[in-house]
Structures are given as structure tokens and as C-alpha cells.
Design a protein around this ligand. Sequence first.
Ligand code: CA
Length: 245
Amino acid sequence: MLDTPTALRYPPLMNVARKILVIEDERDILDLASHYFEKEGFRVRTAVDGAAGLAAARKDHPDVIVLDLMLPGMDGLEVCKKLRADSATALTPVIMLTAKAEETDKIVGLELGADDYLTKPFSPKELVARVKALLRRTERREQEPQQYVYGTLRLDSARHELRVADKEVELTAKEFGLLEQLLKNPGRVLTRDVLLNAVWGYDYHGTTRTVDVHVRRLKQKVPALEHNILSVKSLGYKLREREGH
Ligand code: CA
């Protein structure tokens, strides 16, 4: 049995120009990276500090962000946290550029951190390869796989059906939507705002408390989730990447 949520069917990736945002204050690296990404067919936006990077991310909705750790003013980790906390950018994949290998523990270990990192100096080819790999991973996730398997859980989106150890469990539409979002993003913190927007919609005017109430009901109906949906500080929730007890 599989422990991690697994997409069982993938539609083929579409061949459209991806938008990439590169946030880096070192001009040489910025120009070199931009040149290589353009050559690979990306539409490139750049920013030379964290505040400009955040503004560009909110405005342009890039498909992926390359973010330097050492930036003047607001550093890369701070930028990353702000990206994760904003529902417009919370799920945008981020690859972090770091100067020293020892910083990487902190970056990948951080709950609100980057999806991947690359240590300087790196070759532009490697950066492009990493970004493409990251896009493949996240686009698979976004293209609405029909089924997710997590331990003894099996969720079928198209049939709107949840089975636990092969027995059907009745969920309300909102409970089902919440579980679907968590299964789609294992190991990632989803803020209450992100969940509200994804499940209830942008025009819903309820409070974020609504999310807590529904997560509690979901756990009551599916005891296997009790220890696997984690509450993260005051932010929101995340599903353990691997099922535990
Ligand atoms: Ca820098």
C-alpha cells in the first residue's frame, strides 16, 4: 500500500510559455539566468530586491519563482514566508538560491520554505533543469488528478467518493473539498485563507473559524486523519507527507 497521496492519472503537460520570476540582486546572475530561461522559452520577469519581488509575484502570477536567499533589506526567507501566507502566491513553486551548503538545512526544513534550492555557484543549465523538474512536479499536482491514495484512504474526485479501508465514508461537500486540497498538497502548510478560497470560493464572507470547524468534523468522521492533519501555529493546516499514527 502507498503511504503518500498519489495521482493515478496524469493528463499530458500543455506546451505553453511558462512565466518565471527571478528575484536576485546580483546583476550578473540575474542577467545570465534571464538569458537562459528566455532561450528555453520562458517569459521572464526580474526583481532586484524582496519588496519588488513580492509585488511582481502578486501582480504577474508567475508559474515558478527563483529566489535568492541573500537580498538587501528583506531576505529570501522572509520573502518566501510572505509568498506562502498570501493566497495569491501560496502555492507558487519556489526554488531558492543559496550561497553556502549549510544554509540548505534551514531552507528545506522550514515549514513555510522553498520547494527546492540550488547552492551557488551553479551552472545556468542546472538551474533551468531544476526549474523544469519543479514545474513538472507541481503541474502534475495542479492538473487535478482524479484519485488520491493516502494510507488506507482513497479519494476519487470525479465520483466524489471517499473510501477508508474500502468502506465508503459520507462527507459533506466542504469536508470533501478540504480533504481534497490537503491530499493535493501533502507536506505543505495551507493557510485558512487559502483553504477558504479554494473550498468556499473568493466571494464567501464567512470567517476563517469555519475552516477549523470543518477540519474538526473531518477528523471525527475519518479517525485516520486525526494525527495526520497537523495544525501549524496560528497559520493553518498541513497533511503529513507520509501517513503516521
Ligand atoms: Ca544576493
